[in-house]
Write a protein that binds this ligand. Structure first.
Ligand SMILES: NC(=O)C1=CN([C@@H]2O[C@H](COP(=O)(O)OP(=O)(O)OC[C@H]3O[C@@H](n4cnc5c(N)ncnc54)[C@H](O)[C@@H]3O)[C@@H](O)[C@H]2O)C=CC1
Ligand SMILES: O=C(O)[C@H]1O[C@H](OP(=O)(O)OP(=O)(O)OC[C@H]2O[C@@H](n3ccc(=O)[nH]c3=O)[C@H](O)[C@@H]2O)[C@H](O)[C@@H](O)[C@@H]1O
Length: 444
């Protein structure tokens, strides 16, 4: 099929590349000239595993190309994916729908033959009806709108797009369903992915419910971390034990500093706001509790660092390992790591931040911090080491505890992501603090 992907950010760029990999002819439309230029050169504008390989394979053959010109895409494609951003509005409540409304509003009058518009951006209940009105007013007859929410995780964007857990399509008619079946035919042909065809409102709720549940699971275990701190218990054992019950499961239940990123925080907030508007008061209370727990995690992490330093935070040099909102990405949107670095800096500490992929973004957005180009440079002379993003380079490298112990001024590790095995570090002379777990001291 000839398809377009409008908006080539963290969702759209991997989606465009994956659609080319599935055999479609793809044109990506990207408003930001610098992002567009990078994509045209066959490289990803951010770190995402597998993306450069797909771009490198399909851009040179012309099967995948990028443009800033929406008209070119309207003429070329029979199916248009909308993958533009839905950030929070300026008042921090609902979504700012500007990018979605602009994209669909600009595309509609350019559509001169029947085609399908497929929304992938995350939106709240009621958006599809609004966009259907725009298309009915400005496009020719026979333009169908489908809502096809996306469930990919950053860091796994390519594999999640090519091998999704499920495909959801909110459709209003049979033609739209056929278009979705055609575009995802190579995936559906494998026979192990369910296509859930539903109405647009249900598709909208499915996406918001999925992200809200993921956030709830994280906040639940973080609430238990708070309980464990007060009760002298160990939250990792609690998570392990309860997760063995297959109704609970271990996935997505790692305790720590809480959820960040370009999606869960804004999606939970916007969903709660919309639910308030439609009167779903109990659901609002649930989501507000989830947000409340999440907000408290940075506070808890600050307290842990203070405890480590016995209150002497001012002037302390902190090796700060990680800036990305999670491992596997260069994305720093709503990064709990950087929020913690900000808070510690405000208390007079000197965090020296290192991240394997997100340094450039962090430097640009937070020029106030000191940065290290290498892990060794960050560790040198540190009074405390904060493991702030769960990169395996920090938690799974067998030689790191011993090497790092030689580099720092004091072997104190605060692992706010609960990813290291304290034994690996205590044998190398470290004391290890984790949220909701007893402090582990060096083994004699
Ligand atoms: N980042 C993720 O992992 C996922 C994101 N989503 C949803 O996908 C949507 C996009 O998210 P991200 O890709 O993270 O945002 P992003 O900000 O990384 O990308 C959006 C891109 O759209 C471009 N854009 C805006 N208006 C445009 C227009 N009219 N024409 C062409 N390009 C335009 C922007 O320049 C930007 O590059 C959001 O609704 C998000 O909630 C859904 C699932 C996963
Ligand atoms: O709608 C979206 O944009 C996407 O949002 C999340 O994906 P993502 O933001 O890439 O990140 P996650 O892997 O879900 O992690 C979110 C945050 O929670 C934290 N987290 C994650 C898992 C966990 O067990 N504990 C935990 O604290 C991560 O460090 C990160 O800060 C969802 O997982 C995707 O399914 C969804 O498509």
């Amino acid at each position: 099929m000839r398809i377009s992907v409008i908006g080539c950010g963290h969702l759209g760029a991997p989606h465009a590349a994956a659609m080319a990999e599935l055999g479609h002819e793809v044109i990506g439309v990207e408003l930001d000239p610098s992002t567009c230029k990078t994509l045209q050169s066959g490289r990803g504008p951010f770190y995402e595993r597998g993306l450069d390989e797909l771009l490198g394979a399909h851009v040179p053959t012309g099967r995948l190309r990028f443009t800033g010109d929406l008209r070119e895409a309207a003429e070329f494609a029979d199916l248009h994916f909308i993958a533009v951003g839905t950030p929070l509005s300026a008042d921090g409540q609902g979504y700012d729908m500007g990018q979605v409304v602009d994209a669909v509003g600009s595309l509609a009058p350019l559509l001169t033959r029947p085609c399908t518009v497929v929304g992938k951006s995350t939106v709240t209940v009621g958006t599809v009806a609004r966009l259907e009105r725009i298309l009915a007013e400005h496009a020719v007859e026979g333009v169908d709108l489908v809502w096809n929410p996306e469930f990919l995780r950053e860091g796994h964007a390519v594999e999640d797009t090519l091998y999704p857990d499920r495909i959801v399509a909110g459709v209003s008619g049979a033609e739209a369903q056929k278009a979705i079946e055609a575009v995802y035919a190579p995936i559906l042909a494998r026979g192990d992915v369910e296509l859930i065809v539903t109405d647009p409102a249900t598709a909208e709720v499915i996406k918001s419910a999925a992200n809200s549940f993921l956030a709830t699971k994280i906040s639940f275990i973080n609430a238990m971390a708070e309980v464990c701190t007060l009760a002298g218990a160990d939250v990792r054992s609690v998570a392990h034990a309860i997760g063995i019950d297959h109704r609970i499961g271990h996935a997505g239940m790692r305790p720590g500093i809480g959820y960040g990123g370009g999606c869960l925080p804004k999606d939970v907030r916007a969903f709660a706001h919309r639910l308030g508007e439609i009167g779903a008061t109990r659901a609002v209370a649930l989501l507000e509790a989830v947000e409340g727990v999440n907000r408290g995690r940075v506070e808890a992490a600050v307290a842990l660092v203070e405890e480590t330093l016995e209150g002497r935070v001012a002037g302390a040099r902190i090796a700060f390992l990680g800036a990305a909102f999670k491992a596997g990405t260069s994305d720093i949107r709503n990064s709990p790591a950087l929020e913690l670095a900000d808070r510690l800096r405000a208390l007079g500490a000197q965090p020296v931040v290192y991240d394997p992929e997100a340094l450039e973004n962090a430097r640009r957005a937070h020029p106030e911090h000191s940065y290290a180009d290498t892990l060794d440079e960050a560790l040198a002379g540190a009074d405390v080491t904060v493991l702030a993003t769960e990169w395996p380079q920090f938690s799974k490298e067998p030689g790191l505890p011993a090497a790092a112990a030689r580099a720092v001024a004091a072997p104190r590790l605060v692992d706010i992501r609960t990813v290291v095995d304290p034994v690996d570090w205590t044998v190398a002379g470290w004391s290890v603090w984790q949220l909701g777990r007893p402090v582990r001291r060096p083994q004699a």
